[in-house]
Write a protein that binds this ligand. Structure first.
Ligand code: NI
Length: 137
């Protein structure tokens, strides 16, 4: 872990009050941790835009009764096999399945994989959670 450095930040009172409310709502124990997370979030977004190696998770919810849909999702995942680290399938209820696909690699490819999966007819909801391995930040 790198050395901690203290520095002062000047803010308008109104902005600080909003920041404190946000910090409380998000259950941060102190301003510093909330501030660190904001910075990390910005850096991660930059990394996703700049083409470095990223890590993330794609979450999908779909009706497993639609067999054609399940086959399509499998075909797409096989085509992007190199970047999929693992996947987890949860049978949510009688109709719905939840799939969580962990990915690592190029951000463009991760976005492409996510878009391909989400656009399959019958996928009820899909998200791409953008994270990072910490390299190049
Ligand atoms: Ni299932």
């Amino acid at each position: 872990m790198s050395k901690l450095v203290r520095f002062g930040v000047s803010l308008e009172q109104g902005l600080l009050e909003k920041f404190d409310r946000l910090t409380k709502e998000k259950s941060y124990t102190c301003r510093s941790e909330a501030f660190r997370d904001l910075i990390r979030q910005e850096l991660i977004q930059k990394q996703w835009q700049s083409g470095h190696e990223i890590a993330g998770a794609i979450t999908l919810i779909y009706d497993h009764h639609k067999r054609e849909l399940v086959n399509k999702l499998m075909d797409i995942q096989h085509a992007f096999g190199g970047m999929i680290i693992s996947s987890q399938h949860v049978h949510l209820d009688h109709n719905n399945c939840l799939e969580i696909i962990a990915v690592k690699g190029s951000p463009k490819e991760a976005q492409k994989l996510s878009d391909s999966l989400k656009s399959v007819k019958g996928v009820k909801h899909g998200t791409l959670s953008m994270s990072t391995t910490g390299k190049n930040i």
